[in-house]
Design a binder for this molecule. Structure first.
Ligand SMILES: Nc1ncnc2c1ncn2[C@@H]1O[C@H](COP(=O)(O)OP(=O)(O)OP(=O)(O)O)[C@@H](O)[C@H]1O
Length: 461
């Protein structure tokens, strides 16, 4: 078990804050990790994190404390996620990108360019026969839709879950990169596609959560397995009090959606840390796209680091306090990252068998759409992937044609099984007291969770 790394960072006062207030919120530094925050209502509150950074802290020290260990992990095939959290204008994007990805002086470079340089340095200095390859993807969650920032025509990417790979963005563009400069250029193009707007709090406010994924794959000739480490950086959109930011129209809609997803994030963190038996508690990952994408990180199957970005202005004291409280709570999340995530190399024959099976499942799911609804079929597909019955990625169009004459015998047996499933809930409710109790207790749970119960009881698969 390891714990989440949590750091706090106070940005410098902006020129307008200096003009309006002149001074910072009252913070008394105790040591490198702890400080007292003076709250008007609650008095002196002591916060202690893995590190606390102030207006005089260097970007390099934030990278070293927060990201360096996670970059090392990714090269060793351990997944990791780094999040920047905080109210609008608190310095999340500055911490993540610095003063621009491409043309930024060395001192002000943010986490992303440093992560890229660190990653390629580690890969290039590794000796031995291991061959590394790096792929990049970049999406934003805007108005509860996942948009591919490398291909804006993909504006509603589906989030799926697989047993072996965890959370997956279905069909997302992944660009192979060979060196740091190429990676920076590609990410800079993606950043240019992000939704940004001007508010009273920030002239360049992110209106979406941005998710950068670096997939590092390594192959050793002697080994029969390939190992993959995923490094995910998330620049969250900032929470905002809409009265304060002066948001109207589209900006207001965006702010409401952002606030809703951040409160879903808060609920997940609460559910994970509230109960001593949190394993038994339902964790509402599916309440927002953000929490669903972060499920692996929050659920503890990979390392996580959180930077709580805070404004030093007295006018933002209550938001700063709530950011610090979020960080303090997140410290209690427990993680047990898998040391090595590996996949068996599969032969071409195995691959074609898998694709054939996937194709059969897809065909049946298509047939079921009319009968049980598109949303339910999507959930069912997720379940099939999760249960390891279907695999990801889905077969290409060419392969679909190639397998057009797939055996009717297998189709009909699968179809029969799915038909049974469609009526199973009602049938079993009558016959099976255990299921009835389970479903009754699960009144507030999603269709998907209920389907899991049905699956496990049917033992169909
Ligand atoms: N540590 C810092 N040093 C110098 N300037 C900073 C620092 N942090 C933030 N800033 C400046 O403060 C302003 C707001 O920062 P930034 O855009 O990063 O906020 P944000 O939290 O990403 O906001 P939003 O959620 O609205 O996107 C920017 O002009 C940025 O350059």
């Amino acid at each position: 078990m390891s714990k989440v790394t949590v750091c706090a960072r106070f940005r410098p006062l902006s020129s307008s804050e200096i003009r309006d207030h002149g001074s910072c919120v009252s913070i008394h530094r105790i040591d490198k990790e702890s400080f007292n925050f003076k709250d008007e209502k609650d008095g002196d509150l002591c916060f202690s994190f893995d590190k606390a950074f102030y207006e005089d802290s260097a970007q390099a020290s934030v990278y070293e404390a927060l990201a360096l260990p996670i970059v090392q992990d990714a090269v060793n095939a351990i997944n990791g996620t780094i999040l920047t959290y905080g109210q609008t204008g608190a310095g999340k994007t500055y911490s993540m990108e610095g003063a621009g990805i491409l043309k930024c002086d060395a001192e002000r470079k943010g986490l992303i360019p440093r992560v890229i340089e660190g990653l390629f340095e580690m890969i290039n200095s590794s000796h031995g026969a291991t061959a590394y390859s790096v792929k990049l993807s970049m999406v934003e969650i805007y108005m509860e839709k996942v948009r591919d920032l490398f291909d804006m025509s993909k504006d509603n990417i589906q989030i799926k879950e697989s047993k072996s790979q965890g959370i997956i963005l279905s069909g997302v563009t992944e660009i192979p990169v060979l060196e740091a400069a190429e990676a920076m250029q590609i990410l800079s193009n993606g950043i240019a596609n992000r939704a940004v707007g001007e508010t009273q709090m920030n002239v360049s406010s992110s209106r979406s959560h941005c998710v950068y994924t670096f997939t590092v794959q390594q192959e050793t000739p002697a080994d029969k397995r390939t190992k993959t480490g995923k490094l995910i950086l998330v620049d969250l959109a900032g929470s905002e009090k809409v009265g304060k930011t002066g948001a109207e129209g589209r900006l207001l809609d965006e702010a409401k959606t952002i606030n809703k997803s951040l409160s879903a994030l808060g609920n997940v963190v609460n559910a994970l840390t509230c109960s001593p038996q949190s394993k038994l508690t339902h964790i509402p990952y599916r309440d927002s796209k953000l929490t669903r994408i972060l499920q692996d990180a929050l659920g503890g199957s990979c390392r996580m680091a959180l930077l709580c970005c805070c404004s030093p202005s007295p006018s933002n004291a209550s938001e700063t306090l709530s950011t610090l409280r979020f960080g303090a709570r997140a410290q209690h999340i427990k993680a047990a990252p898998s040391v090595i995530l590996s996949e068996d190399k599969i032969s071409r024959t195995q691959e074609s068998t898998i694709q054939k099976k996937d194709l059969e499942c897809e065909r049946i799911l298509d047939m079921l759409k009319d009968r049980i609804g598109t949303e339910e079929v999507e959930l069912l597909e997720e379940l099939l992937i999760l249960e390891g019955i279907m695999f990801y990625p889905a077969p290409t169009e060419d392969l679909k044609l190639e397998y057009d004459n797939v055996t009717s015998k297998i189709i009909s047996s699968l179809q029969k099984a799915l038909e049974e499933l469609a009526s199973a809930a009602d049938e079993l409710k009558k016959q099976n007291k255990v299921l009835e109790t389970k479903l009754a207790a699960a009144e507030n749970r999603s269709f998907w969770d209920k389907m899991s119960d049905v699956f496990s009881l049917l033992s169909l698969w």
